[in-house]
Each structure stands twice: as C-alpha cells, then as structure tokens.
Design a binder for this molecule. Structure first.
Ligand SMILES: Cc1ncc(C[n+]2csc(CCOP(=O)(O)OP(=O)(O)O)c2C)c(N)n1
Ligand SMILES: [Mg+2]
Length: 663
C-alpha cells in the first residue's frame, strides 16, 4: 500500500545519469507504519569494480559531496555476500521498516550476493540488490567477466537472481527505470511479498544520461500494511479455540515484525493458553512469564514439546512452520489436532490444512482476545505448564552452571558451550542482542537463552548461513546503537566470513564477537555420529601420515591472532573467571571503539539438554557399516511417527463434513 505525496506533473525535467537518478530516488523514499515515518534506505553498501565505479560509484560520490537533504550514505564492505547479510540484519532489527541498498560490480561481485539474496527471501526480510550487468549495447562484448551462452545471447549471470528474488527487473533502457524502481519499493514494503528485490543495472546504462520528469524524485511514503482479519474468520477461529482443552500458541517471526508482543501477552494472560516459539519468534513473551514455554520443535524445550505432543488445537501466529518448528511433523501427536493459522501471508496461513486468519498478527490477536472473552483453560492445564516449565528451567540452570562431575572431565582451559552461553546471558543487559546463524549454537540458544526484551534475540535460522554472524552484528549495531551486540560464532562460521571485522574497524562500529573455538563442526559432528557416519570429515585436523585420513593432530590455527590482524581488540580466555572478566571488559569498551573479539575454547563433546524431539535427516537405506545400519533402524522408528497434518479443520461456518450444495 502506498501513499505518495501528491505532486502534479509539471512537464519539467532534470538531466541525470541512470545511476544518479537511482541514488536520488532512493534517498527520497520513506516507510510509514502506525503514523511513524522513517527513511526506507539507511544507505548503500558496495564494492566497486568496472561494472559500477563510473556509474553508481560516480553518483554516490556526487551525493556524498553534496551532503544535502537527499543524502544516501555509502559504506564500503569487504565481501558482497556479507554486505547483504549486514543489510538483512539491519532490516530485521528495524522490524522490516528500513533497509539498505547494495551495489556490486559485474560478474563475481554480483554473484557473490546470491547467497545473501536467498537468505533475505527465505527469512522474508527486505533488501535492495543492485547487481551491475554487462553492456546492454553489447558493442564490445564479451566484456571482462561476462557469461557467454551460445544458446541465449541475452542471458547474464544476473539471471541467477530471478529464483531468489521477490521482484526482479533489468533496466536495459533509461525509460524502464521508473517502473523498475516503483515496483521494487512496492515489494520491499509489502509484509507478504518482501524479501530480496533485485534491479540489474548494465554498466553502460548506469552512466547514460536521460531527461527525467522531476516528479520521479518527489518524496514518497510507502505505508506498511496492517491488514485486518475478516470477522467470519475470527469467529471461526474463536469457536475452534473455545472447543479446545489443551490449546497451544506457536509464535513465529511475524509476532515480532508486527510488534504484536503486547497483544500476544494479553491473549495469553486472559486465556491461560501457553506460548512457545520458533527461532524467529523467540522472545515473543519474555523469559519468566508464566505462559512462556520457550522454544518448540527439534531444538525445543521439553516443556513446549510435551505440550505440543498433547495439544488439541495449535494456534500458529506469524510462523511459516519450518521443519525445525514441527520437529519434521512429529511434534503434534494428538489424533484430532487442529490448526488455526494467523498469518499476513495466505500461503503460510493455509499450511497444515489450518483454519486461516489472513491478517496482521497484532490486529488478529486483538480481535481474537475480544472473541475469546470469558474463555480460559482449566486450572489443571495451567498447573501442568508450571510443572513442565520448572523441570526444564532446572536443566537450563544445570547447563549454565554444570556440576563438577562434568567440568572435571574437561580438558585444560576448556569450557562447556552451556557455560559460555550462560555467562553471556547472565552478564549482558536485558536489551543486549544475541546473534547466531549456524553450527551447534543456534539450537542451544533456542533451547537455553533467556530472552528479556523483544529485539534481543536474533538467530537467522531460515537459511542458517555460516558466515552471517560477523556482518550481521554490524547491521544490528547500526540499527540500534543503544544495545550491545554479542555475535556467537563457531570457528567454522568465523572462517567463512571474518572479513567484515575490517568494515567494523573502518566504521568504528562496536560489535562483540564471541568466537567459540572447538576445532571443527560440533553440530554436524554430533549429527553425523547420530546418523551412523562416525563424525567423518567434521573436525579440523591434519591428514594422518599413516592413516591417510583427517584424524591427525589439531591444526595449529590461531583465530585470535587472525582477528587481531584484522584490527579487532581480542581477549583470549582460558577459564570461566576470565570469560566473566572479558564480557565485562567488552561491555565497558568505548561505544565507537570498533569490534571486540572474545576467543574461548570449548569441549565439543558436552551437549545441551535433550529436547525429546527429532529432526528428519535421511539415513542410508543400505550400508556396509554397522553404525549406519543401526542408525537406519532408529530412523525408520521415527519416520513412523511423522504425520501428514492435512485433516480439515471443521468449524461452525465451515463444516467440512457433507457440505450442502449451494446451487
Ligand atoms: C554456508 C554454509 N555451509 C555449510 C553449512 C552446513 N553446516 C551447518 S553447521 C556447520 C558447521 C559449523 O561449524 P562451527 O561454526 O564451528 O560451529 P559448531 O558446529 O562447531 O558449533 C556446517 C558445515 C551451513 N549451514 N552454511
Ligand atoms: Mg566449531
């Protein structure tokens, strides 16, 4: 939904290059929700090459030197994938109301952004990508880095963005630019459609001049919609919930993006319905709230998973029902379980054959509260929630503060991952943000992290992309400088993308990176073992001289020195006391002092408490290995508990049995 400031067409024009027009247009875009306006673009990240240095590069320079009302700040990044991650993290922290543009050169610069594009689209986070294209005129083709396809002369590497983008256009002539830009803004600010938006800009077109109607650059306000639910859907949803004895709410990222936390809390308190959360929805209720049951699914709490197994009505709010949330469709075991799905996207609202309430989460929850007036769960159900929660909370306490029988078995200077997460949780401020994306920590954080503020938990688990953490920490901090950001990153994830520490140094952005060194893949190592693959290829070791396999000594890798060499202030810790001191020192570091890295070594063989859950990862059906055969037998047992979740949810106005003919 848009509301453009009315500007009559005057016939007046202004002569600018395509790139200058792009920059000027972007600087004049605003978003608005609940009466609050903000610039839609905080700025533009980029890396220049021959594809954009003379086009967008010139336009951004001209803009920086003018430094007026229409300013679009430029920030030089180190890796194109990373700058998309930074933008996505920024936009997520801003509840999708503000984002960045990203410019990259032709060829590898642009295709480096593909992983970021997929991550943005899967997580439904707005970001504007401006890959540069090879010559539209083709007069000197093939230009350096051009893909030549004998079967199709118009294909470029930028066509690879099409399946990853929610909107794609290629501006081969200046006249196409206005519709490309307007289409892009529409999608970026639409809560249903949003994701990666790509406008491919051929390098010659970027530098070409055109006479633009001045109204192209008039300030525009894009109102981010809050669609209201239909009364009949709310009535049906309320009727289904009223018939429930063991209802359960599953909160997803939509709760946060809509700012629906207060409405959810009101509904939970009014009805006594317990609430559990997906990764994106974690923190929908604060830790310690009586209805807060924490994470659900494969990396869930035993409390949430016990309630999920028994639930007769499951109300999904703003969730896309990923396999981690449903424990690969084994989480909900009641034979007659029915689903009510509140979602702004009809696509998600229809999942699990649920009763769809297509609406903004906050609006729908408020309407549901009204429609559920007088309904509450039985006391016995509340008591069960409390008992399950205190049992789980005790296991979190034990993971944060392990008993001597666990710590005595640890190697010299090693901590457990639970100790590290516990120390960070207990020594940070409630508003500080914890961040992670891949490895064993997202699962452990989902289970164990005690969230005390709605924007304090940021785990990217739609794409779970190793390397997101360092660049994303910059985005979060730029979005909100009143919070410290703690990026929890494994050694594997760090090695994928340490580069943006340099960008944090350049911009004097204070981010705190907790680098958890366990010499390989704790996560995939454990998964491999549980599937019979014996941790093959999951630890960072020398190739053994006699075995010829990767089972030699631990590699002499010094990631602390690596981070120091990139300009970060690095603190190495070897004990719990030193970790406590390091966290305090990092928090006390100057707000504009750049990145701080805490390097800590952990034991990869101590696990977080079990979720009493499952995740579907297919095991080889035939094998020479006993371990694989045993894992396959266990796999088939779990497969038998998987459910299709396709039963229709019948309601008073939508009786699924024997429908009456209407004509
Ligand atoms: C870009 C990318 N490649 C591969 C994977 C698959 N993967 C998931 S976790 C993981 C290992 C992560 O290692 P590390 O960061 O050290 O964390 P740890 O498992 O040790 O906690 C891998 C390879 C991924 N998620 N992302
Ligand atoms: Mg590791």
């Amino acid at each position: 939904m848009t509301s453009a400031t009315p500007t009559a067409s005057t016939g007046e024009t202004v002569r600018l290059t395509v790139a200058q027009a792009v920059v000027r247009f972007l600087a004049n875009q605003w978003s608005e929700r609940d009466g609050e306006r903000q610039k839609l673009f905080a700025g533009c990240f980029g890396i220049f090459g021959h594809g954009n240095v003379a086009g967008l590069g010139q336009a951004l320079l001209q803009n920086e030197l003018a430094d007026g009302q229409e300013h679009l700040p430029y920030v030089l990044a180190r890796n194109e994938q990373a700058m998309v991650h930074t933008s996505v993290a920024y936009a997520r922290q801003k509840d999708r109301l503000q984002t960045w543009a990203c410019t990259a050169s032709v060829g590898p610069g642009s295709t480096n952004m593909l992983t970021g594009a997929a991550l943005a689209t899967i997580n439904r986070i707005p970001v504007l990508l401006l890959p540069s294209g090879t010559f539209a005129t083709r007069v000197s083709a093939p230009v350096l880095q051009e893909l030549e396809q004998p079967y199709a002369a118009d294909v470029t590497v930028n066509d690879a963005f099409r399946p990853l983008s929610r909107f794609f256009d290629r501006v081969s002539r200046p006249e196409q630019l206005p519709s490309a830009l307007l289409g892009a803004m529409r999608v970026l600010t639409d809560p249903v459609e949003t994701g990666a938006v790509t406008i491919s800009l051929p390098q010659d077109v970027q530098a070409e001049a055109h006479d633009w109607p001045v109204e192209l650059f008039a300030p525009r306000v894009w109102r981010v919609a809050r669609p209201v639910p239909e009364a009949v859907d709310i009535a049906d949803a309320a009727a289904v919930i009223r018939s429930a004895r063991r209802p359960l709410v599953v909160a997803g990222g939509g709760v946060h993006y809509s700012g629906a936390e207060e409405a959810l809390r009101a509904l939970a308190e009014q009805t006594g319905i317990p609430v559990c959360e997906s990764q994106a929805g974690k923190g929908s209720l604060p830790h310690g709230h009586p209805q807060e049951m924490g994470a659900v699914g494969s990396t869930g709490t035993t409390a949430a998973n016990a309630l999920a197994a028994e639930a007769d009505v499951v109300v999904g709010v703003g969730t896309r029902w990923s396999d981690f949330t449903t424990a690969s469709r084994t989480a909900f075991q009641d034979k007659g379980v029915r689903f009510v799905n509140v979602n702004v996207a009809r696509f998600d609202a229809g999942k699990h054959a649920g009763l769809s309430v297509v609406a903004d989460a906050r609006e729908a929850l408020r309407a549901l509260s009204g429609a559920l007036d007088g309904y509450a769960v039985e006391d016995a159900y509340r008591e069960r929630q409390a008992a399950l929660w205190s049992e789980w909370d005790a296991s979190v306490e034990a993971a944060y503060h392990p008993a001597p029988d666990v710590t005595d078995r640890l190697g010299d200077g090693l901590l457990t991952q639970g100790q590290v997460l516990g120390a960070v949780n207990e020594l940070t401020d409630p508003r500080d943000v914890v961040l992670c994306a891949a490895g064993s920590m997202p699962g452990d954080l989902h289970k164990l992290w005690r969230v005390r503020d709605r924007k304090a938990y940021h785990v990217e688990y739609g794409y779970s992309c190793m390397g997101y953490e360092v660049p994303a920490s910059i985005g979060i901090r730029l979005a909100d400088e009143s919070r410290d950001v703690f990026a929890m990153v494994g050694d594997g994830g760090y090695l994928m993308m340490p580069t943006e520490l340099v960008t944090a140094v350049q911009e004097r952005v204070k981010v705190i990176v907790v680098l958890v060194q366990n010499h390989g893949f704790h996560s995939i190592g454990s998964l491999s073992e549980s599937l019979g693959s014996q941790r093959f290829g999951t630890s960072y070791r020398f190739r053994g001289e006699s075995s010829g396999r990767l089972d030699g000594d631990v590699l002499p890798v010094d990631l602390a020195a690596n981070a120091r060499s990139l300009g970060a202030h690095v603190i190495e810790v070897h004990s719990l006391d030193e970790l406590h001191q390091a966290i305090k020192e990092a928090k006390a570091a100057p707000a504009d002092g750049g990145p701080v890295v805490i390097h800590v070594e952990t034991d990869p063989l101590v696990h977080a408490p079990d979720s009493a859950s499952w995740w579907d990862v297919p095991v080889s059906e035939v094998s020479d290995l006993d371990t694989t055969q045993a894992a396959y037998a266990e796999y088939t047992d779990h497969k038998a508990t998987q459910r299709p979740l396709i039963s229709p949810t019948s309601t008073p106005t939508n009786a699924a049995t024997s429908p009456e003919p209407t004509s």
